[in-house]
Design a protein around this ligand. Structure first.
Ligand SMILES: Cc1cc2nc3c(=O)[nH]c(=O)nc-3n(C[C@H](O)[C@H](O)[C@H](O)COP(=O)(O)O)c2cc1C
Length: 197
């Protein structure tokens, strides 16, 4: 059994819908369990995210997928508070070689979702994780997904307050891709950080 953890913030529910689509895609594969953690403002006290149980369970996940709405051209502050708190795992590189991926939602089609995905990628790199992007270039497939052609991760937008079917399919595909990779021979062995001679 492989475990995929989804850690995300969602203010009005669109990023939550993306997370559910990611989970649905992941669950199409056998022997995959998905754990979901929706960050809430109450987890943040005096500006600091505090949930030791979450970090303990993330330690056992095989993949961690990060999700945040795009707020003011980047991740929401609530997500960033979680990311800052993850620095305790950073010092030990505790998430090294886990798979990682990201998803985001903006109100506009071109609402700087790339900037949020870039941040999620950098967070994964800080932790020594292995980033999984999209493998569906827009216009070169017949599945009507990834309409924005973003290869860095799954993104959507909510012009009428809701995501399109194509955006949800994109998220679902990303979940399926991570699950497939986890089950494949390419999943990295988790080995301790080598000592420098
Ligand atoms: C404080 C704030 C800042 C926002 N900034 C952006 C932005 O930079 N780009 C964008 O496309 N949408 C922006 N939006 C719109 C949200 O990204 C959009 O409503 C999204 O669907 C929210 O996701 P959620 O329902 O998961 O909270 C912003 C919304 C809020 C509340």
């Amino acid at each position: 059994m492989k475990t995929i953890a989804l850690v995300y913030y969602s203010g009005s529910g669109a990023t939550h819908d993306m997370a559910e689509a990611v989970a649905q895609g992941a669950k199409t594969q056998p022997d995959i369990q998905v754990i979901r953690y929706r960050i809430s403002g109450e987890d943040i006290q005096n500006g600091r995210f505090n949930d030791p149980d979450l970090f303990a369970s993330l330690q056992h996940a095989d993949a961690i997928l990060f999700g945040s709405p795009t707020y003011m051209g980047g991740p929401a502050a609530q997500f960033k508070a979680f990311a800052d708190a993850s620095s305790e795992s950073w010092s030990e590189q505790g998430w090294r070689n886990k798979l990682a991926a990201g998803f985001t939602v903006g109100g506009s089609q071109g609402g700087e979702q790339d900037s949020t995905l870039n941040y999620l990628l950098i967070l994964a790199m800080q932790h020594g994780m292995l980033w999984v992007g999209m493998d569906m270039p827009s216009g070169y497939h017949d599945k009507r997904i990834n309409p924005m052609g973003r290869q860095l991760g799954a993104s959507g937008h909510t012009p009428e307050g809701a995501l399109s079917e194509a955006d949800l399919k994109t998220a679902s595909h990303l979940g399926q891709r991570v699950a497939t990779l986890l089950l494949s021979q390419f999943a990295a062995e988790k080995s301790p950080v080598a000592e420098i001679a």
